[in-house]
Design a protein around this ligand. Structure first.
Ligand SMILES: NC(=O)c1ccc[n+]([C@@H]2O[C@H](COP(=O)([O-])OP(=O)(O)OC[C@H]3O[C@@H](n4cnc5c(N)ncnc54)[C@H](O)[C@@H]3O)[C@@H](O)[C@H]2O)c1
Length: 383
């Protein structure tokens, strides 16, 4: 296949890496000469390191290099069968680009956007033949993370959805399909992982080191919420939360925190600036209270909020049960699918935790999804 990638930033480069590795001729265009040069250098350095580590044979390495073409001329994408846009998250800049791209590629070319937060339907409106427009949300780094969320716009035709799934599955990706709603599956369902952890910290129920310890040691998550926020960057994580909150018409469930906003304002963005919740320049001994009872309560509270999101997404037909669980295990490495996990803990137990929180705080943030109420009443399981 001929793949066209627009944008040579973090995502464009890692998607190109993946496609070239799967033996597809991949052309990368960027409107900035400097970004293109930088992206090219970054990818070539990584590939050469991987070859040194014997992740690729000499032959594989040279095939990958042959498959990669970097260009400053947008017309070079004209033979693409699939075009993936990965430029800055600005709706007007993206729409202008799509209008230009449509005039260059053939009518058969699928035009996909990798946007994390914009409406696919709104972006599709910038293309005349918009039945071939679709959302393909890859995860960072796209060459390693197996998940891709497929998001049809209202205008997307079935053929484009089926073809997109087939192409990605044949390349070995785990594909889930989701409705065009804010945060799609992962960025919506994962919000309480960060938000409820911060809330517990703000209330002084535990310090962030202890919350991270509990989520890893008792919950089985690979990283604690605060470590992960520092890793993602508090600026990026805060912006995603704020966007989801605004896009959901200010639903209290997604309300961002002052704690993270202040860190962002201070420039404490996390690992990349040497300081976030943790200090990475002067690392000190972690102050963890290894109280298992406290730890268990922390995990159950955050987990109940996560299950509530997953259940609500299922209730509102955002995606199937299977796809919601797959998205969280393959997109953000959760130890179990949340709905499967709810069955194990007991839907009634999850519902009870949420109701207790709701009674305690009288905040809409803790309202249980109607499906959990119904399932509890009827003693049902997700699977
Ligand atoms: N970074 C992530 O973890 C992540 C994950 C999933 C999806 N996304 C989405 O992927 C997209 C790209 O994100 P990123 O982190 O790679 O951004 P980035 O800032 O690293 O790179 C953006 C690139 O786009 C280029 N660009 C800007 N305007 C352009 C134009 N008109 N034509 C061609 N190139 C242009 C810039 O020069 C830059 O190289 C965004 O929509 C983002 O929401 C990001």
């Amino acid at each position: 296949m001929n793949i066209g990638i627009i944008g040579s930033g973090t995502m464009g480069i890692s998607i190109a890496h993946f496609m070239a590795q799967k033996n597809h001729s991949t052309t990368i265009f960027d409107s900035s000469k400097t970004s293109l040069k930088h992206g090219k250098k970054k990818l070539l350095t990584l590939l050469s390191k991987l070859k040194e580590k014997e992740k690729y044979t000499e032959k594989e390495y040279s095939h990958i290099l042959e498959n990669l073409n970097f260009t400053e001329d947008i017309k070079k994408i004209k033979n693409s069968n699939l075009l993936i846009e990965a430029i800055i998250e600005d709706p007007e800049v993206k729409k202008k680009l799509f209008t230009e791209v449509e005039k260059i590629v053939s009518k058969k070319c699928i035009i996909a956007t990798n946007t994390s937060s914009l409406s696919i339907t709104s972006l599709a409106s910038s293309v005349n033949e918009n039945g071939r427009f679709i959302g393909m949300h890859f995860f960072n780094p796209a060459n390693l993370m197996p998940l891709v969320e497929i998001i049809p716009a209202i205008q997307t035709n079935i053929k484009t959805v089926e073809e997109s799934k087939k192409i990605l599955q044949e390349m070995g990706k785990t594909v889930v399909t989701t409705k065009d709603t804010p945060g799609f599956i992962v960025n919506r369902v994962a919000r309480p992982f960060y938000g409820e952890a911060i809330r517990i910290f703000e209330e002084g129920l535990a310090n962030f080191e202890t919350i991270d310890w509990a989520m890893k040691e008792i919950g089985g998550f690979r990283m604690g919420p605060f470590e992960l926020m520092d890793f993602i960057g508090n600026d990026i994580n805060y912006t995603v939360t704020k966007t989801v909150f605004e896009e959901f018409y200010f639903d209290q469930r997604y309300k961002p925190s002052f704690t993270q906003k202040r860190l962002m304002e201070a420039g404490y963005l996390g690992k990349k600036t040497g300081r976030g919740f943790y200090n990475y320049i002067y690392e000190s001994e972690k102050n963890i209270s290894k109280n298992r009872e406290l730890g268990k309560n922390i995990v159950l509270r955050i987990l109940a909020m996560l299950v509530n999101e997953a259940a609500d997404a299922y209730y509102l037909n955002i995606a199937s049960k299977k796809d919601i669980d797959l998205a969280m295990t393959k997109g953000v490495n959760y130890p179990k699918g949340l709905l499967k996990w709810a069955d194990e803990i007991g839907v009634a137990t999850i519902f009870k935790i949420l109701e207790t929180l709701y009674d305690k705080y009288c905040e809409d943030r803790y309202r249980p999804s109607p499906i959990l109420r119904k399932m509890t009443k009827e003693n049902m399981k997700f699977y």
